[in-house]
Unconditional design. Structure first.
Length: 78
């Protein structure tokens, strides 16, 4: 994870690090015809917390990424 925070050109945070990321995914296919199907699914992603120190003032921040994505697609088989 690369964290850069520079409002108005003043660098407050600029740090790199690695954290564990994981996801859980599930979905359903629905066949409409022999060639056409619709897919619908959910995907949940999350990372462990990352500690980031500010370079302009004495402070530490804890960052994490968490997302839930919904997918809908059509598939055509030739």
């Amino acid at each position: 994870m690369d964290v850069v925070f520079s409002p108005s050109g003043v660098t407050i945070m600029d740090e790199e690090g690695s954290v564990l990321a994981y996801q859980l995914r599930g979905g359903v296919n629905l066949a409409l015809t022999a060639q056409l199907e619709i897919y619908s699914g959910l995907r949940w992603r999350q990372t462990d917390d990352m500690q980031v120190a500010a370079s302009l003032f004495p402070a530490e921040f804890e960052l994490a990424a968490d997302s839930l994505l919904a997918e809908i697609a059509t598939r055509w088989q030739f």
